[in-house]
Design a binder for this molecule. Structure first.
Ligand SMILES: [Zn+2]
Length: 97
């Protein structure tokens, strides 16, 4: 199982847990993503990507009232750093099945 991901070039830890209160959580200060393990593979991948997007939101310093165009532009930038980083090859194949 993948235990880290590079987001905007920075390493984040991924922790897989059983019976989590939520499907996933993103702890920005610790650069830690927690994902529930005992779910269908597709749900696991979707939850992991969901939490990675929270991490990108934080890394891009986005705020609640941000304009749509700004959110899309900055999220796209952050997502490309994840998808194109060669250190994330296992993640990309997990996400794309
Ligand atoms: Zn969320």
């Amino acid at each position: 199982m993948i235990d880290h991901v590079y987001i905007c070039g920075l390493k984040w830890a991924i922790k897989w847990v059983e019976n989590a209160e939520h499907h996933g959580r993103c702890f920005v200060d610790e650069r830690l993503i927690v994902v529930e393990n005992n779910e269908h593979e597709g749900i696991r991948a979707e939850t992991l990507w969901h939490e990675i997007k929270h991490a990108i939101w934080a890394a891009m310093d986005l705020r609640e009232k941000e304009k749509e165009e700004n959110v899309v532009t900055r999220m796209a930038f952050g997502e490309i750093t994840v998808l194109s980083d060669p250190r994330n090859r296992m993640l990309v194949s997990l996400l794309t099945g």
